[in-house]
Write a protein that binds this ligand. Sequence first.
Ligand code: GAL
Ligand code: MG
Length: 950
Amino acid sequence: MFVENILPYRSRINYYRSQEQALRYDETQSPWHKSLNGTWQFLFLNSPSEIPSAFYEGRYQELSWQQIEVPANWEMVGFGKPIYTNFNYPFPLNVPHVIDENPTGLYYREFTYEEGLGKQTLRFDGVESVFEVWINGRYLGKSQGSRLMSEFDITRSLQVGENQIAMKVSKWSVGSYLEDQDMWWLAGIPRDVTILEEADLFDVKVTPNQKKGTWGIDVALTDIEQDYPLAYQIFFDGTEVLVGSFDRCSVNHVTINQPKLWSDEVPNLYTLVIKVADEVYTAVRFGLRSVALIDNRICLNGELILFNGVNRHEFSPENGRAMTRNEIYQELIAIKKFHINAIRTSHYPDIPYFYDLCDELGFLVIDECDIETHGFSEKDCPAVDPFWRSEFIRRGQRLVHRDFNHPSVIIWSLGNESWFGDNFVAMADAMRAIDPQRLLHYEGDRQVTVTDFYSTMYTSIDDLKKRAVQNKTQPSHVLCEYGHAMGNGPGSLLEYQEVFENFPSVQGGFIWEWKDHGIKVIEDGQTIYKYGGQFEETVHDGDFIIDGLVLPDGMPSPGVLEFAKVIQPIKFYLAGTQLVIDNRYKFRSLKNFTLHWQTVDETGTTTPLQTLALPDVEPQSLQLVTLPLIADSQGYLNVSLICNQADGVFSAGSIFVQDQLVLQKFETVTKTLQKSENDSQLIFTTEDFEVVINKQTGNISQFSKEGQALLQREMNLSLGRKRISNDMFVQPQWDKAYLNELYSYCDSIQMTAEKDCAFVIIKQTLTPPVVGWSLKLQQKIQIDGSGCHIDYKGWFAGDYPSEVPRIGWELPLKAQVTEVSWLGNGPGESYPDSQQAVYFGNYQLKGEEWAFSYIVPQDAGNRTNVKEVKVALKDQSTLKIEGSGFNFNVIPYDATVNGRYKELVNLPELGQVLRVDTKVRGLGSNACGQEPQERYKAHSEDFKGTFKLS
Ligand code: GAL
Ligand code: MG
């Protein structure tokens, strides 16, 4: 019913006359490829029932033909009309019937054939949506699967000299029920038609292979009928690096020394050239790369992947889905220039040339199968109906075979929006049987039954965080669609990116979508781009097809500029008067760039552009750079990296990335800084201060001033406080959530230290015992002669309580507090909803005068809007904390509720705990009245703050 006589599925093989030609990898230049693209005779009918019998009887000359080009979608060249629907089918759901009003094209052409290699294959890269084909009047076969390759053996049908080929193509087919993607319904032959001359090799499949640090490839050869070895060469960068010969045995292993790995950042490609016969070579370009789940995270060459991707439909405003090579090339160059690293081929396999370019330019591809049944209801959808089982499997197999050799393809996708059922299970099994290495994606597999990770679309940032409590057994989460770029938009990309970058289990996503699919029409001399409903469709979905980051002609919209900035692989921060460059690439250094910078003052006046050659910043590392002039400047700092030499798609001299930073007045105290490190600690020492960071927890474990250590234990972010009487109803929820008992794990530490300054980025997970929620924390810590600056941000994850008592840092002190002087609200205590009797000013209190003493001990002593505090300790040491309007408190150890201080409570010689909080919950009257008003609550929302210790 679906296909007849198509050849067994295989990779898309090509043959060349010489080794040089094979290396050029351009099939269009090969004499073993005869293209049948070009002008064909064409007869356009409203229904297959109008097909004249002369056509079936091979009396082609009797028909009155028009002409059409192949490849083309016929609606784009004047035959019939396009229809746009999102998920509705434009025909009744009456499986497996096909309506009779079915635009049908008869195709016919003649061609000469000269004797070739003895075996010929007719290859279709895609016909929409069903076709039958005849050679010299003899029926050859039938196929569907609009975006899949179909091949026929025509060895016995061809004759030397003149030949005829005829095709019948219909817009609607049984297969159309599986092709309900949100796009134009178009038909015809939008992809290449080729006759391949073949020698004795049916298929070559190359699998990169890494074992114990040694790289190589496994080469599987199929169907060599002759019993002779096949000579091969492997080239890298035009140079031969290996020669050898393959046995007839099915899998040959080849070790590759000094391997150059493939990644989206550094797309190193090798070419394997196999000599199949005299003047017959085949070539496979391959990349050495691994794709695997490591602890359930998606990894490329062992490194965590972050998808900064787009969904891309194949669409040209002039040619529909019959995109030309040049159109595809220009589009991929543009995508790469915006630092996009991944493409989902929404929602079908693309034109083969696309994958060659992705291999070459460096993209991570989710290659999606041609299945969408969005207009069905869940109950009777094709995924659960045995009728469709074999076709699901077939489509999956055809995809995996076709694109097997492309290193850029790292994930297969079963399809889009087709619910879930046994047919997907069978399909996934069949795909894994061919390719056990790559990962599987399908958004409809909500429980990750057959796939390798969670995939959702348009999930809110809150929901993303809610489901992101990670332990290593929880699959990763990828947003196969987010950031809907329809019209003006999308917004909030930065907030998504922060979640992606700080939650290792949320591995990025794919913007919906790259380009508007408007159809170009010239009306009254004006170019306009039409969308749904503008072609007299009865069923349509209007402008839902105009939802890309770029206009139909490729013009970038502001949305793509925003996206490019947000995903920029190189970030910049200020560390006082120095610049920190953060190279987020996993595999490439920054040696090709020069830094350009200038300052902009509050009036907009810029200083002359300065340049600085950049040190070779290693992948995944930070680098401090001194910019002499910014010390006394105010306003903004503009920075950009300029390519010294051409860099992938960037030409020499072009801007690679740029940014603007806010300059802050900074007290510069230049003191020599020393850095040391052991297994558990990072230690930074200046003349006056020492900061120790615990590499296991990511917390500052000691802060010493003038040789005196101030902390009894490490500083930590905490949420709990001793119960306030009016918190009596909410407290049980906090207790249940183990709010007072957070354990800290360090996810990553990056560091750069120069002679007078160090800059550290720490990512942490804070998690309670027993229950399923956690906190993600990011600290940027700068240590220099003036002290230790802490800039932190946090996100709640999982099933966390919707509000907390407070959010902030606790600094457990070694010695008793003798006196506190502060600039802030005072002199008495205050809480967000109780601040009328305090006044901003400079105050001073003895340690024992600090907090009001309630009959029933509870949290007390908070000071609001504090900008600076000096704490004098019994051991003569002092500590200064500066910030901008934080909550401050000094509490005895027994007033913290944190289990970890229990044994310190009864040691009176010990100090108290300082709190530097970004949020504190108000008091309310809830013991017998109302909770604090919403605005006085400490909601479990993203939080951030900065303060400095000296
Ligand atoms: C998704 C779908 C896409 C597109 C998008 C809306 O549900 O997968 O194909 O329809 O919504 O523009
Ligand atoms: Mg859909």
